[in-house]
Design a protein around this ligand. Structure first.
Ligand code: TMP
Length: 221
């Protein structure tokens, strides 16, 4: 299948929502549909952004001042956008990102209490009009999600700074995701992540098919 224009999809969610597994499956699925797709993660991608990721995700939970932390996420995101996402979209590839701006609203805004209007202003500078076409928010009860995240085999790394924060923090960011989704029904869809990998993958591809693929087909018809 060939789409008229490349789309930018983001997967969001709290810890242990199964996001990384679902990203891999979605990228594979899109490629099987004949769509050239690039998978990226925020923070991450270009070398400088991966270096910032290490600074952000390792060490003590109070390692960074709240505003410093926001600026570091913004710096990493700008690198990812300018060096990987925008060139990929310009060359006709679809992009699927593991997190993007909504993570900053949820974690730094709702979680740490950084005023949302400040985050919005920064986002206008960092992201401008490169906003995602579709944001899939994987929703999970933080108690279950944290249990999964802290015992999962992919957590043998040192990237556990956010998993170490209080349950209350994770409840706040879940609420944040709910409010962000409700505020942008045209782009945001929340899915229940407490289901099997296969069921969740099907739910995700159903939304992509309905919201993006059928729309491309209509446009190219
Ligand atoms: P992940 O790759 O396991 O999702 O790890 C990224 C971590 O960084 C996760 O705990 C959420 C956090 N994060 C923020 O706090 N703010 C942000 O803007 C982004 C992109 C991630």
């Amino acid at each position: 299948m060939t789409a008229k224009r490349p789309y930018f999809i983001v997967l969001e969610g709290g810890e242990g929502s199964g996001k990384s597994t679902q990203i891999k499956l979605l990228v594979e699925w899109l490629k099987n549909e004949g769509i050239d797709t690039l998978g990226v993660r925020d923070p991450g991608g270009p070398k400088g952004a991966e270096e910032i990721r290490q600074l952000l995700l390792t060490g003590a939970t109070d390692r960074w001042d709240k505003i410093t932390e926001v600026l570091m996420y913004c710096a990493a995101r700008r690198e990812l956008l300018a060096r990987h996402i925008q060139p990929a979209l310009a060359s006709g590839q679809w992009v699927v990102s593991d997190r993007f701006t909504d993570s900053t609203y949820a974690y730094q805004g709702y979680g740490h209490g950084v005023p949302l209007h400040l985050l919005k202003q920064l986002s206008e500078v960092v992201v401008a009009d490169a906003v995602p076409d579709l944001v899939l928010v994987l929703d999970i009860d933080p108690k279950l999600g944290l249990e999964r995240a802290l015992t999962g085999k992919n957590r043998a790394t040192h990237e556990i700074r956010f998993e170490s924060m209080t349950l209350d923090f994770h409840q706040r960011l879940r609420q944040g995701y709910k409010e962000l989704t409700a505020a942008s029904p045209d782009t945001h869809v929340m899915l229940n992540a407490d289901q099997t990998v296969e069921e969740l993958h099907k739910a995700i591809t159903d939304v992509v098919r309905e919201r993006l693929l059928s729309c491309s087909e209509r446009k190219s018809a």
